[in-house]
Write a protein that binds this ligand. Structure first.
Ligand SMILES: NC(=[NH2+])NCCC[C@H](N)C(=O)O
Length: 316
């Protein structure tokens, strides 16, 4: 054992050791809860948004009402980034993939940190299929001797990060417009021994419900509460009914993605400054949680709000 008695040499060792430790800390990934303190996150990239109109693919119902302007995206994403940075979160942005990936605003769906592993998702939509190339740089950084980047077995195994939520020992996963049964089975197989996998079925467009992903109808906030749009579920599972104090979101509020908030910690979240989201923000405050409201209208017009526009790599 090395015992350092000279205080000056001891200090040099301490100073040399600290940066190495902190680099290691920043590189590791971890997420066991949707609401644990956010430390490191990838947010959407607005630069180069929709630069080549020939490659635009309208991928959801919202986009049929028109796409947002770059200036508005810039303003809103810059504020989002600033709020995260001021909260002490390390913020990363995807690299530009190329003109054939016209929209890199919603990295949430590209993957998901589950425990200490990264699941790299297979995306349904053609224009999103190669979007993950923009975050490969950050995946190369993840240390580990075992295979901790998990890749679906088959090209028909569809799964998107917006449909997955890790909380209280459960992995909630929705069968939705973007995730299929094969995706759910893959999650079970990969993570079933460490987590309780809870499949939920979202109602479909044909059934009159437009819930693109799970986070458009369910999201935990704080230590005990959760936002829910019950009509979006075919059946709300027991694990949700028993474990959370539910704050109900109505159809009009759901359309503005009122459930799609981002937790900074158990005490603080980011939500939209929007007339239909305000009553929900008030309910969240009543549960003792601080709500930072940001004007954020451009990305929601493409189908994604704060949760969709962020991909947490580390919560602690
Ligand atoms: N996690 C989410 N809810 N993501 C929303 C994604 C929106 C994106 N434009 C799409 O349709 O694919």
């Amino acid at each position: 054992m090395l015992i350092i008695t000279n205080p000056i040499i001891g200090l040099i060792f301490a100073v040399r050791k600290a940066p190495l430790d902190s680099i290691e800390l920043i590189k590791t990934i971890k997420q066991y809860s949707e609401t644990h303190t956010l430390q490191k996150v990838i947010i959407g990239r607005y630069e180069n948004y929709s630069e080549a109109p020939a490659y635009v693919e309208l991928v959801n119902e919202d986009q049929k009402n028109g796409l947002p302007q770059k200036e508005q995206l810039k303003e809103e994403f810059d504020t989002f980034r600033q709020v995260l940075t001021e909260a002490g979160v390390e913020v990363l942005v995807p690299d530009y993939v190329g003109k054939f990936v016209y929209d890199q605003l919603t990295p949430r769906d590209l993957g998901m940190v589950i425990g200490e592993k990264f699941l790299l998702c297979n995306m349904v939509k053609k224009s999103r299929r190669y979007e993950s190339a923009g975050i490969f740089r950050y995946l190369h950084d993840i240390p580990g001797h075992e295979a901790n980047i998990i890749i679906p077995d088959s090209p028909t195994c569809f799964i998107e990060g917006g449909d997955i939520l890790v909380d209280k020992g459960n992995i909630f996963v929705a069968v939705s417009q973007r995730t299929n049964q094969e995706g759910v089975a893959f999650l079970e197989e990969q993570f079933g021994s460490e987590f309780n996998v809870v499949p939920v079925e979202a109602r479909t467009l044909a059934e009159g419900e437009n819930v693109l992903h799970l986070d458009c109808m369910f999201n935990p906030v704080g230590g005990r509460a959760a936002l829910i749009y019950e009509e979006g579920f075919k059946q709300v599972p027991r694990e949700i009914l028993d474990n959370y104090d539910l704050i109900r979101v109505n159809k009009e509020q759901q359309r503005e993605l009122a459930t799609n908030i981002l937790s900074l910690s158990q005490d603080r979240i980011i939500s939209r400054d929007h007339s239909l989201c305000k009553p929900i923000n008030e309910e969240i405050r009543k549960a003792g949680i601080d709500v930072v409201e940001i004007k954020f209208d451009a990305a929601p017009a493409t189908g994604g709000s704060f949760r969709c526009c962020s991909l947490p790599l580390r919560r602690g």
